[in-house]
Design a protein. Structure first.
Lengths: 582, 163
């Protein structure tokens, strides 16, 4: 019997580590015959912690396991009595979250132990590298060209083109860089890939390094991802010991080393030239392009940068052939894409689907729809560089061009679902607050423009909008886009412009009527007690932190709006629905 | 309060050794700052000067880089470092109310430390545990699906533990 506990960051945060050690204790104390191991992220974050039991009967996937369930699991190991763990088994409906996906980059998720290279090798690991090394670098690039793989980090630039440019570029040495500085709040697929299948990244990078002629590679990973750094460090050690790194790999003339560089926290370092500056020990401020990194990158040498998910697709492409990858997806966008589905969705986690599936497929079919069956209001795609897509466009197929035409972007694949309780002006403000803080300061339009956009949004949310603020946002947004050097500034106004476009009435309600339809902007709402519904139970008065609610027992209470801080406690605690928001 | 850097302290020796290791490796300033912060818990001004001397670069460059990245801090942090996630999923799931609860319970705002040196609050962009949102980390432990009440209880418990 094999027991695997899902230990990605999500699982660990949900308590998987404690469950693992309790299981370990009870197995060794009881002298039980069970092989306890870990696996990475399974991608079903909404069901964490997850324990998989493999025995003669096949796989039993136990979900939302608590420390109290360890006894029942131990009992099952001992006696095979399944009755006590039946309530933990994944339901068919929840399992559909997985079965409806097509996994390429995530294909080993939940199946292998990320800390054991033998698990990876047993799953066809490093065979793509063998295959690649038997080809010429030009043939490898041709295969990637046939696949139609485009950069999964955001820009969607054809991968083969970058590789080809770096290969043909004069200069020595050449460098290969992996961008694992996943700074987009709401996206976590790169972290999950490194935590759950680090050898896949290593193999993809080695193939790319061979293709461009680099013997030196570096993974620039967010310092906020300690578990990813730990697992990648272990994986690199194991790969080196097994002869997949270093000199004359697999007995060929090709040699390559990979090292890790921990980033220090700056969103702009997701931009490739800023990342290079940071690698060189400087402030992460973007360089003027051209020259592109393929000509003059790290230390002025030809360099190729791709993100984690891009490299993670490469071994599959080599194994199955470029055309097989290209057979999935649309005319414009080939292959599969991983999305981090979060927000007000019932089933959140990592979703990998062929391009061309619709937003409805992802949010409703796979994600199960909106929590509490509330109304779907829209989905934010691409994080601070992306935009919001409204409910009316939910049947849009997911591909680079179609999303771009709607004012959103594929981005790295963050997909945050929103219901009626999310204020769209508030969401624009949220992202501008982020980009204004993260702007590196090099370009005036970005440095000052994002700040001014933020100030306008702040006054709109505070009920202090000036006439014409909507138009001002639009004008300034366009200026910032055109006046900025890098992707951060060029895309920073997207969250504002897309919400202005699709949720204009919400902006108008804020600006002209001083109302927030989502009841989120505190300055624009007021709490009232409905005297007909209020039973005078006094609970709200007890919970009010500022003593703004008064009334006699069993008689309707009232809120003093001069004192009220709009914390919403009364609204939360009232069992009779007597507290209303105006 | 400025920490006095003692020349004969164990920390100072670690810093010296580390600077020796990295001084000839180009582009290692960020790594050096990270290691220095590991040694001291933060980056005292004097340490920035020592790094500048050790790497033979201007102190303005050292400070320029250190102040650019959010990881580096110039003040010591409390015993419990609270990282409150302000990512998109947490925002949509009312992380604002959690921040308010922390502020009410501890009387500090983002970037501040309680006078007793117990808690420091730091807002961060995304912890990547989006399905557990709203989320905060206290030192190594992650707390998910927070409510204002739950947050206050967690902090109260930590305070009791250190009493």
């Amino acid at each position: 019997m094999k027991i695997a506990v899902g230990q990605g960051s999500c699982g660990t945060a949900a308590g998987a580590g404690k469950i693992f050690s309790l299981l370990q204790k009870s197995i060794s104390n009881g002298g039980l015959e069970a092989d306890l191991t870990i696996t990475g992220c399974i991608g079903m974050c909404f069901l964490e912690p997850i324990v998989d039991i493999y025995d003669d009967a096949g796989l039993k996937r136990l979900v939302k396991v608590t420390e109290n369930d360890v006894e029942a699991i131990t009992d099952y190991i001992k006696t095979g009595t399944a009755s006590k763990i039946e309530h933990l088994l994944i339901t068919g409906e929840d399992n559909a979250f997985l079965t409806k996906q097509t996994r390429v980059a995530l294909r080993h998720f939940g199946l292998i132990n990320p800390e054991d290279i033998n698990d990876y090798i047993a799953a066809e690991g490093y065979t793509a590298l063998k295959k690649a090394l038997a080809m010429t670098p030009g043939e490898v690039i041709d295969e990637v060209k046939l696949s139609g793989l485009a950069g999964r980090g955001g820009a969607g630039f054809p991968t083969w083109f970058k590789w080809d440019a770096a290969r043909k570029s004069e200069g020595n040495p050449k460098y290969l860089i992996c961008n694992a500085d996943e700074g987009d709040p709401g996206a976590f697929m790169d972290r999950a890939i490194i935590e759950s299948d680090p050898h896949l990244l290593i193999e993809g990078m080695l193939i790319a390094a061979y293709a461009i002629g680099a013997d030196n590679a570096v993974v620039y990973v967010r310092a906020e991802y300690p578990l990813a750094i730990l697992r990648l460090t272990k994986a690199l050690e194991q790969a080196a010991a097994a002869g997949f790194l270093g000199e004359s790999i697999l007995g060929t003339a090709f040699g390559c080393d990979i090292r890790i560089k921990a980033g220090a926290g700056a969103f702009v370092c997701g931009e490739e030239t800023a990342l290079i500056e940071s690698l060189e020990g400087n402030r992460g401020m973007p360089r003027l392009k051209p020259p592109f990194p393929a000509e003059s990158g790290y230390w002025g040498k030809p360099s190729n940068i791709n993100n984690v998910e891009t490299y993670a697709n490469v071994p599959w492409i080599l194994l199955n052939g470029g055309p097989a990858f290209a057979s999935m997806g649309t005319e414009d966008s080939k292959g599969t894409k991983v999305f981090a589905l979060t927000g007000k969705v019932k089933r959140g986690g990592l979703v990998e689907i062929p391009m061309g599936k619709t937003l409805r497929d992802v949010i409703f079919d796979i994600g199960g729809g909106i929590r509490g069956d509330a109304r779907f209001k829209g989905v934010q795609m691409g994080g601070p560089s992306g935009g919001c897509i409204p409910a009316s466009l939910i049947d849009t197929p997911i591909d680079y061009k179609k999303l771009g035409a709607l004012g959103a972007i594929m981005g790295s694949g963050g997909m945050v679902v929103m219901d009626d309780s999310t204020c769209m002006v508030g969401i624009a403000k949220f992202f501008l607050d982020f980009t204004a803080k993260e702007s590196c300061g090099k370009c005036v339009h970005c440095r000052i423009g994002t700040k001014r956009l933020l100030e306008i949004l702040e006054r709109i949310c505070a009920g202090e909008a000036k006439p014409g603020d909507g138009e001002l946002l639009e004008e300034l947004g366009k200026e910032v886009k055109s006046g900025s050097l890098c992707g951060l500034g060029q895309s920073a106004p997207n969250p504002v412009l897309s919400t202005l476009n699709y949720y204009k009435s919400e902006y108008e309600a804020h600006i002209h009527e001083h109302k927030c339809p989502a009841h989120e902007c505190k300055s624009l709402i007021m709490y009232l007690i409905d005297s007909e519904k209020c039973t005078g139970c006094t609970l709200c008065a007890k919970k009010c932190p500022v003593g703004a609610i008064a009334g006699e027992v069993k008689k309707p209470h009232a809120i003093d709006n001069d004192l009220c801080t709009k914390c919403g406690n009364c609204y939360q605690v009232c069992k009779f629905g007597a507290v209303r928001i105006l | 309060m400025m920490k006095q850097i003692k020349i004969f302290s164990a920390e100072f020796r670690l810093l010296e050794e580390m600077l020796d290791t990295y001084k000839n490796i180009p582009g290692s300033l960020i790594t050096v700052l990270q290691k220095a912060q590991e040694i001291y818990g933060y980056l005292p001004t004097e340490v920035l000067s020592l790094i500048a001397d050790g790497l033979e670069i201007p102190v303005a460059k050292v400070f320029g880089v250190a102040s650019f990245y959010t990881q580096f801090r110039f003040q010591p942090v409390g015993k419990y470092l609270i990282l409150l996630c302000k990512g998109t999923a947490c925002h949509v799931n009312a992380s604002q109310a959690i921040e308010q609860a922390i502020e009410e319970e501890l009387g500090i705002k983002d970037g501040q430390t309680t006078p007793d040196g117990l808690f420091t609050l730091k807002n961060v962009a995304c912890l990547g545990c989006c399905s557990l949102s709203p989320v905060m980390m206290v030192n190594e432990d992650t707390y998910g699906s927070l409510t204002p009440d739950k947050t206050k209880k967690i902090l109260q418990k930590l305070r009791e533990l250190s009493a």
